[in-house]
Design a protein around this ligand. Structure first.
Ligand code: NBG
Length: 832
C-alpha cells in the first residue's frame, strides 16, 4: 500500500493491475449456469426477474474473487481498518453499479443480447435498497463506494431492515405510505453469515462484585438478549481492484418459539418473544411519537452499535491480540448521533470485559471514534429520556454519568465553572426533563468532529457546539460532502460521460478534477451542440417517464426546473410553489408576454407524521392539476409531482434537469448533495448561500449560478427582529396575490380553506422566512429566464458547471477523512 499522504491524482491502471475482462461467451455461459443451477429455471421459463438474479450472481462471482484478495491483503499488511457506523445506507440498485465498477458492462450487455435479453430491462427489475431516508443515507452509500475505490480497508455497519423507507403513492394529491418490501424476492447481493452472531443485552440490573484491587467491578446482568446476525454485501470500488464489506445486522430471538406455550395451545403467545426481538430490524425509522416507538428506536441504535463494536473488537483481537492497540488499528466513524451509544458501549467492553483501567479506556475510546454532524436543527439532535436509558441500558447510563462527572469536573477546574456554562456542557439536559444529549456524547467520545460543508462546520462552532468547541478548540474540522461520479455521472448519464471522456480521456472517473479540461470548450459551438443534444435526449426520456407515471405531457424544449429532495419546511418547496402560482397568474393576465415554456418538477417524501410537509405535497399536486389543464396557459407552464422519489428516480431526473432548486433558509441545510449531482450533470443552480451551495458558487463562479436571498447571519438577525411575514407580504403585490389565490381555494375549489393554515403560518409565523426571500427569489428566476433566452450563454454556463464539479467527488472527501481523521493509507483506483 502507498502512504497515507499519497492522494495524488490517479492515472488509469496498467493492464496488469486491472482485473482481466472475461470474454462475452464466458459471461454468457456463466449467466446460463446461474439461471439453471442457482435460480433453478431454464431459458424457456425464465422471467425478467430470474434473468436479473442470474446476471447479478454472475457478476457477484467476479466481485467475490476480488473481495477475498482484498481481505487477504488487509490481513497480511496489518493495515488500520475504518468502521463506518450508520443507521442508514441508501444504496439503491446495485446491478449496473457492480457491472460498471467491475468493468463488465459492455461484455455483459453483449452476452445478454445473445440470449435475447436486454440489460436495461433487468436494471428496472431490481428493487431499490432504500435503507435510508435522504442525503445522510445516500452519503453513506457514496462513501462506501469511494472507500473501496481508494482501497481503504473499511466496513460499513448498519441494520438490515426488512422494510426500508416507505413507498409513496399519491392519491387525490395526497401522500399515502405503503410498506416497502425490497426483500420479497430475495437479495442476490447479500451473504447470510449464520455463524456470525452476537448477543445484545437490554434491561436488567448491575451487580457490584468484589475484585482483587479493591475497586468493585460493575457487572451488567441484562434481562433480555437479542441476537444480531450478520448479512454481508460486497461493495466494489471503481475498477474492481478493492472490495469492502457492508455488514448489516438482522435481529433474532435466541429461541425461535416457546415450545411449552405452543404445545399448551397458545400459538400466538409462543411467538411473542420472537416478534419483540425481530421488531428491531423490521422497519427503518419506526414512528417515535409514542413511548413504545421511542424505545424501539433506542433499541435499534444500541442493537447495531453493540453488535458492530463486538464484531470489530473480535476482529482486532484475532488480528493483533491486544485490545490496547485498538485505536492504532481501528477508526470508528459515527455517522450522525444514531450510533453515539457506541461510545458508552466501547467503554463498557474495555472496562468491564477487558479490565482496562478507566482513564486508559477513555483515551482509547476517544482516539478510536470520530463523529460527523449532519444537522443543526435542534429537533433533529437526538436526546433520550434518562429514565428510559436507565431502564434499557443501566450500565451504559452509569458509564455516561461517570463520563459526565469527570468532564464537568475538568471544565469547572479550568475556569468554566459558571452554572449556566456547565449546564450547557453537560451530557444531561435538565431543561426538558432529564435527557441524554447524544451529540454531546459523540463529541466528547471523539478525537475529531466534522461538519459536512464549510459553512455548516463554522456554524457548529457558533451554535450547538459553541461551548464544547471552546473547551476543546481544534476538534471540529470540516469535510465537505461529495458524491460518487461512477453512479451520478457514468451510470446515470452514460451519454454525457462518453462525451466528456472524448475530451478528458478514460481517467475521468479515476480523477474527477480532470473535468476541468472541458472548460476551454465552454464557448466551442460544436461542443455546446453536442452537450445540448445529450441533455435534450435525457429530457425526452424523462418526459416519457412523466407521461407514463403521472399522465402529463411535457415539452422537452421547455426549461426543466427541478426540486427533488425530502419535503421539509426548511427546504422551502413552498417558495417554489409560490413562484409557480405567481407566474401562472401572470401568464393568465398578460398572455401576450414573451413567456418561456417551463416545467416545474417536484419529487420527495414527507415523514409520515409531518402534517405540514404532507400538505405541501398536496398543494404541489393541486397547483399542477389546475395549471396543467388550463387552456390559457397554452403549455407555457407545467407542474408535476413525481411519486416515490428514490435513488433510481433521481438517476432519471438529474441528467434531464436544466435548473436545480437549492433554496433552503440559509444556515439550515448542512450541505446538500443533490445540489452537487445536478450541477455535475449540467443543471444551473438557483439557491441561497447555504450548505455546499456556497462552495459550488466558489467553484463555478458567480456568473454561472443564481444566488438570492438572505445569508445565514441575516437570517439570524431577521429572526431576532420578527418572524411575521406581514410586512414582506404588504410590500409585494405579487406575493400577496399568490397567497390570496392559495388561501382562497383557487387550487382547491372542492375545499377552499384547505391551505388556510399554510397561508396563515406564512403570514404570522414565518420561521423559515419564505416571505422575506420571495421577491429576491422571484427576481432571480427572471434572471434565469434571461439567461435561458441566451442559448449560448446558458450552454456555456452549463459546461462551466460540469467542468468545475470535480472537487465534489466523494473520492476527494474520503481522501480528506483518510488523512486528517482516520490516518489510513489510500491508493489510486485500480491499484489495490
Ligand atoms: C442531511 C442534511 C443534508 C446533508 C446530508 C448529508 C440529515 C440529518 N442531514 O444537508 O440535511 O447533505 O445530511 O450530510 O439527514
Amino acid at each position: 500500500m502507498e502512504s497515507a499522504a499519497d492522494t495524488s491524482p490517479a492515472t488509469a491502471p496498467s493492464p496488469s493491475d486491472a482485473p482481466q475482462s472475461p470474454k462475452v461467451a464466458e459471461i454468457r455461459d456463466l449467466i446460463l449456469a446461474k439461471l439453471r443451477y442457482a435460480v433453478g429455471k431454464n431459458v424457456a421459463s425464465a422471467s425478467k426477474h430470474d434473468w436479473f438474479i442470474a446476471t447479478a450472481l454472475s457478476v457477484r462471482d467476479k466481485v467475490v474473487d476480488s473481495w477475498f484478495s482484498s481481505i487477504v491483503r488487509a490481513k497480511a499488511s496489518g493495515v488500520k481498518r475504518v468502521y463506518y457506523l450508520s443507521l442508514e445506507f441508501l444504496i439503491g440498485r446495485l446491478l449496473i453499479d457492480a457491472l460498471t465498477n467491475m468493468q463488465l458492462i459492455d461484455e455483459t450487455r453483449a452476452a445478454l443480447a445473445e440470449l435475447g435479453v436486454d440489460l436495461d430491462d433487468l436494471r428496472e427489475v431490481e428493487p431499490d435498497a432504500a435503507l435510508g431516508n435522504g442525503g445522510l443515507g445516500r452519503l453513506a452509500a457514496c462513501f462506501m463506494e469511494s472507500m473501496a475505490t481508494l482501497s481503504i480497508a473499511a466496513y460499513g455497519y448498519g441494520i438490515r431492515y426488512d422494510h426500508g423507507l416507505f413507498r409513496q403513492r399519491i392519491k387525490d394529491g395526497k401522500q399515502l405510505e405503503y410498506p416497502e418490501d425490497w426483500l420479497s424476492l430475495g437479495d442476490p447481493w447479500e451473504f447470510q453469515r449464520p455463524e456470525i452472531v452476537y448477543g445484545v443485552g437490554f434491561g436488567g440490573h448491575i451487580e457490584a462484585q468484589a475484585s482483587p484491587d479493591g475497586e468493585p467491578k460493575q457487572v451488567w446482568m441484562p434481562a433480555e438478549t437479542v441476537q444480531a446476525i450478520a448479512y454481508d454485501t460486497p461493495i466494489a470500488g471503481w475498477r474492481g481492484a478493492h472490495i469492502n464489506t457492508l455488514r448489516l445486522w438482522a435481529a433474532r430471538a435466541p429461541d425461535p418459539l416457546r415450545l411449552d406455550m405452543f404445545n399448551s395451545g397458545d400459538h400466538v403467545g409462543a411467538l411473542m418473544d420472537r416478534v419483540r426481538a425481530e421488531s428491531i430490524s423490521k422497519v427503518l425509522y419506526p414512528g417515535d411519537t409514542s413511548p413504545a416507538g421511542q424505545e424501539l428506536r433506542l433499541r435499534q441504535e444500541y442493537f447495531f452499535a453493540s453488535a458492530s463494536i463486538q464484531d470489530l473488537v473480535r476482529r482486532h483481537l484475532s488480528l493483533f491480540g491486544d485490545i490496547r492497540t485498538l485505536a492504532d488499528k481501528a477508526s470508528i466513524q459515527l455517522n450522525d448521533t444514531h450510533p453515539a451509544i457506541g461510545v458508552a458501549e466501547l467503554m463498557h467492553v474495555l472496562v468491564d470485559r477487558h479490565d482496562v483501567p478507566w482513564d486508559e479506556a477513555w483515551t482509547i475510546t476517544r482516539n478510536t471514534f470520530s463523529y460527523t454532524n449532519h444537522t443543526l436543527l435542534p429537533e433533529a439532535l437526538e436526546t433520550w429520556p434518562a429514565p428510559l436509558m436507565e431502564r434499557l441500558l443501566p450500565r451504559h447510563m452509569q458509564i455516561i454519568y461517570l463520563i459526565n462527572a469527570i468532564h464537568l469536573d475538568r471544565m469547572a477546574k479550568s475556569g468554566g465553572g459558571v452554572a449556566e456554562k456547565l449546564a450547557a456542557l453537560s451530557l444531561i439536559d435538565e431543561a426538558h426533563g432529564r435527557r441524554v444529549r447524544m451529540g454531546h456524547l459523540a463529541f466528547l467520545g471523539s478525537h475529531k468532529v466534522n461538519g459536512v460543508s464549510a459553512l455548516h462546520s463554522e456554524l457548529m462552532k457558533t451554535t450547538v457546539f459553541h461551548d464544547l468547541d471552546a473547551a476543546d478548540p481544534g476538534k471540529i474540522v470540516n469535510k465537505t460532502n461529495g458524491v460518487t461520479f461512477r453512479r451520478w455521472l457514468k451510470e446515470a448519464n452514460p451519454a454525457l460521460t462518453s462525451l466528456l471522456m472524448e475530451v478528458v480521456g478514460d481517467g475521468l472517473l479515476d480523477d474527477a478534477t480532470a473535468l476541468k479540461k472541458i472548460e476551454p470548450l465552454a464557448d466551442d459551438a460544436s461542443f455546446q451542440e453536442r452537450y445540448a443534444a445529450v441533455k435534450r435526449a435525457n429530457k425526452v426520456a424523462l418526459a416519457r417517464l412523466v407521461q407514463e407515471r403521472v399522465g402529463v405531457k411535457l415539452n422537452p424544449d421547455a426549461l426543466f426546473d427541478v426540486q427533488i429532495k425530502r419535503i421539509h419546511e426548511y427546504k422551502r418547496q413552498i417558495l417554489n410553489i409560490l413562484e409557480t402560482v405567481a407566474i401562472y397568474e401572470e401568464i393568465r393576465t398578460q398572455p401576450y408576454r414573451d413567456w418561456i415554456p417551463r416545467v416545474k418538477i417536484f419529487a420527495g417524501k414527507a415523514a409520515a407524521s409531518y402534517a405540514t410537509a404532507k400538505l405541501v405535497i398536496q398543494l404541489a399536486n393541486d397547483v399542477g392539476r389546475v395549471v396543467n389543464s388550463d387552456p390559457t396557459v397554452r403549455g407555457l407552464l407545467k407542474c408535476v409531482f413525481l411519486p416515490n422519489y428514490n435513488v433510481s428516480l433521481a438517476e432519471r431526473i438529474i441528467p434531464a434537469a436544466d435548473l436545480s432548486e437549492q433554496i433552503s433558509t440559509a444556515g439550515m441545510e448542512a450541505s446538500g448533495t443533490g445540489n452537487m449531482k445536478l450541477a455535475l450533470n449540467g443543471a444551473l443552480t438557483i439557491g441561497t448561500l447555504d450548505g455546499a451551495n456556497v462552495e459550488i458558487l466558489e467553484h463555478v463562479g458567480p456568473d454561472n449560478i443564481f444566488i438570492f436571498g438572505l445569508a445565514a447571519d441575516e437570517v439570524a438577525a431577521r429572526r431576532a427582529q420578527s418572524i411575521s411575514g406581514q410586512e414582506a407580504i404588504a410590500r409585494s403585490q405579487r406575493l400577496s396575490d399568490a397567497l390570496e389565490a392559495i388561501g382562497s381555494g383557487v387550487f382547491s375549489p372542492e375545499q377552499p380553506d384547505r391551505y388556510r393554515s399554510l397561508v396563515d403560518a406564512l403570514t404570522y409565523h414565518d420561521f423559515f422566512l419564505v416571505t422575506a426571500d420571495f421577491d429576491s427569489y422571484y427576481a432571480k428566476q427572471r434572471d434565469v429566464f434571461r439567461r435561458w433566452r441566451d442559448k449560448k450563454g446558458w450552454r456555456r454556463s452549463t459546461i462551466i458547471n460540469t467542468a468545475n464539479m470535480g472537487w465534489f467527488s466523494s473520492d476527494r472527501t474520503i481522501g480528506e477523512y483518510a488523512v486528517e481523521i482516520w490516518n489510513v493509507p489510500t491508493t489510486a483506483p485500480g491499484r489495490a
